[in-house]
Design a protein around this ligand. Sequence first.
Ligand SMILES: [Zn+2]
Length: 106
Amino acid sequence: MLTIHAICCECLKSNSIDVHPDDYRNYMYNNQLVQNVWPDLTTDQREIIIGHRQGTYYCSPCWDNLFEEEDKYDEDPWPVDSGEAIKEILLTKMRCNMALRQLLRD
Ligand SMILES: [Zn+2]
């Protein structure tokens, strides 16, 4: 078994999951969808694997918080000026990378 780790960008909590190395290879190199490779995993477990691959992961409590914040934009989900939204995403990514780097240094 192979242990995959993903660190949450928001709370920096590390989550892990054990997978079969063959399944992992299938997912990483054969462009398989995570739900096809691991149909029995829960959404939370799949998020760990996806997060591990993408380098950006949010644990489920933080994920819920992010969605709650997004509810504020319900009235106008696609504002004409999306510049601020894009900036927000980039800032989050940047913060995530910095947090990860800090964590690796420690
Ligand atoms: Zn979290």
